[in-house]
Every structure is written in structure tokens, then in C-alpha cells.
Design a protein around this ligand. Structure first.
Ligand code: A3P
Length: 310
């Protein structure tokens, strides 16, 4: 009897590709270090044509992307928790530039299978976002996180994620971050690039710290930006469903759908702490002073109201 083949899940595809997964080297695209798989497909990625109804969520890596994806998906589905468990985050909201060894579908592959309006994730700095997003006046949500917590989170992620370059020792990692040598480039240029264009290009610019401090208020801001109108009890439900504790236990949002051979949870969890101010447990006073002095220099030309505590 013919056995009907089940379609391969995203987790299965990543497991199948495991032997081809390693810490990919970085190749610069227009001066931005990107994973080799992304850099090698750059012409395809930059030619991507979104629909005007598509929504882009952009962040520097580890600034609150997954959290924002979950909030947006729930807002678009009236707070229906079950619908938002229809697939892992990466399948519900494709990662525009991601390219991986087969059979893992690329972000572009997944997007081809979806009808607009789609929600799309990117970590690209603003100058590398495909022009079509601006030509089509797509809505863009940007989330920024204070440099020190962002750096700590990225460090732990690079320890556990076997597709990212080796982080090396903590002290050296701080310098790589300051010099913009990590995948997706300089945090400083990233947050400034979107900040400077937020009015011109109608970008909703949010802060991780604000969402943590008052998720209800920030979820309402996102709701209004998306021209949605949901009753307050649904917003309260979304606040609860997107709390760190609930998302940590949601297998469709906590990245346990990525096998351990790729995201090694024995080293660090994807949903690690979700706090503001954890940097204090990592930086020595001397490192903090050195980082702050450099920060003042690198951020002298802009006034972005980051908070390292709430
Ligand atoms: P930590 O490593 O500081 O815990 P991204 O999704 O952009 O990769 O960011 C991941 C960071 O956001 C991690 O930070 C993760 O724990 C945190 N995060 C994810 N969901 C969260 C939530 N619901 N509330 C607070 N922080 C969250």
C-alpha cells in the first residue's frame, strides 16, 4: 500500500541539514559582515519585491525580534493563541535574508509560498533593506535595545548557535561588538540608520525597555500603527501571552523547534533571561567604563533615548 508522505516540518529540515551546519564564516556585503550563505545569495535577496501590504519587522540581532513577532502575529489574529501556534516563528514570519543548507527552506522560499499581506523579519541595516520596501511604502516596525544588554544577549546566542562565528572570550567579544565585526555589522550604525529615517519612511521605532516596562502601552502603539482596533481585554490577553514566562514555554515561539545540534540549549537557552539590566552581571567596572567612553564617541552625532535600566 502506498504510504502518503507527510510534508517535512521546519524542524525536520534543520535536522536533515545538521551535517552541513557549522559556524559559517562572514563575508562583507557593502561593508557589512554577513554569513557566507547570505552574502553568496545577496543579488537574490536585494532583488526581493514585497507587496505594499507586507509588513517588515527589523531589529539588530537579539534586540527583541521574537517578542515583537509574537505580538504582531497575535494582534493580526485577534489574540488567538491557538492560531498563533500554527507553525514555528520562522515559518509564520519568514526571515527575509536567511539562507541555509538544503533542505532548510530559505526566507525567500517561504515567502514565495505565502500570499500578501505577509509579515517579514530582517536584521539588515537600513541601507541593505531591499529597495522595494521603500518604493512600495511598506510599514516597518523597528525595535532597538540598549547596547549593553544587546551585547550580552548576542554573546550568549553566539555561544549556543552553531551557525554563528565563535564568540571567543567575553573581553574580546566586547571589542568585536564595538568595532561592528559581528554578523549584521555595527549596532551603533544599525540603531542610528533607522532612527534617522523614522519620520521620512514612516517607521515605528520602539525600544525593548519600553515594551518590558509597559507592554500594554507599547502593544497599543503597534496596534494603532497597523490600523487595527482590538478591545482592551484582547490587548491584556496579548500582554499575558507574550510575557517572557509564557513565551518561554511556547514551543512555537521559544526556538526549541531548532534541534540541539544547531541551537545548543546545554550552553544557553534562546529564551535566556528577557531582562533589562542583565549587563551588570557581565561587565566589570573597568569594561563598563571603557565601553561607555567609546559609546559616547560613537553616539555623539545622535540623541536616541536608550535606557540601561528601568
Ligand atoms: P536575553 O538573551 O537577554 O534573554 P531576538 O528575538 O531579537 O533574538 O532577541 C532575543 C532576546 O529577547 C533574548 O534576550 C530573549 O530572552 C528576549 N526575549 C524574547 N522574548 C521575550 C519576552 N517575551 N519578554 C522579554 N524578553 C524576551
Amino acid at each position: 500500500m502506498d504510504k502518503k508522505e507527510e510534508p517535512m516540518t521546519y524542524s525536520d529540515a534543520v535536522s536533515k541539514a545538521a551535517s552541513a551546519i557549522y559556524r559559517f564564516p562572514l563575508i562583507e556585503v557593502e561593508g557589512i559582515p554577513l554569513r557566507s550563505w547570505i552574502a553568496n545569495s545577496w543579488s537574490l535577496i536585494s532583488a526581493f519585491q514585497p507587496d505594499p501590504s507586507d509588513l517588515l519587522i527589523a531589529t539588530y540581532p537579539k534586540a527583541g525580534m521574537t517578542w515583537t513577532q509574537e505580538i504582531v502575529d497575535l494582534l493580526l489574529h485577534d489574540g488567538d493563541a491557538e492560531v498563533c501556534k500554527r507553525a514555528p516563528t520562522d515559518v509564520r514570519i519568514p526571515f527575509l535574508e536567511i539562507q541555509s543548507p538544503p533542505p532548510i527552506p530559505s526566507g525567500l522560499d517561504l515567502l514565495k509560498t505565502m500570499k500578501p499581506p505577509r509579515v517579514i523579519k530582517t536584521h539588515l541595516p537600513i541601507q541593505l533593506v531591499p529597495k522595494g520596501f521603500w518604493e512600495n511604502k511598506c510599514k516597518v516596525i523597528y525595535v532597538a535595545r540598549n547596547a549593553k544588554d544587546n551585547l550580552v544577549s548576542y554573546y550568549h546566542f553566539d555561544r549556543m548557535n552553531q551557525t554563528q562565528p565563535e564568540p571567543g572570550p567575553w573581553d574580546q567579544y566586547i571589542h568585536k561588538f564595538m568595532k561592528g565585526k559581528l554578523p549584521w555589522g555595527s549596532w551603533y550604525d544599525h540603531v542610528k540608520g533607522y532612527w534617522r529615517e523614522k519620520e521620512n519612511r514612516n517607521i515605528l521605532y520602539l525600544f525593548f525597555e519600553d515594551i518590558k516596562e509597559n507592554p500594554h502601552r507599547e502593544i497599543l502603539r503597534i496596534m494603532r500603527y497597523l490600523d487595527l482596533s482590538l478591545p482592551d481585554d484582547i490587548i491584556d490577553k496579548i500582554v499575558q501571552l507574550t510575557s517572557f514566562e509564557v513565551m518561554k514555554d511556547n514551543p512555537m515561539a521559544n526556538y526549541t523547534f531548532i534541534p540541539n545540534t544547531v541551537f545548543d540549549s546545554s550552553i544557553s537557552l534562546f529564551m535566556r533571561k528577557g531582562e533589562v539590566g542583565d549587563w551588570i552581571n557581565h561587565f566589570t567596572p573597568a569594561q563598563s567604563k571603557m565601553f561607555d567612553e567609546d559609546y559616547t564617541r560613537q553616539m555623539a552625532d545622535v540623541d536616541i533615548p536608550f535606557r540601561t535600566s528601568i
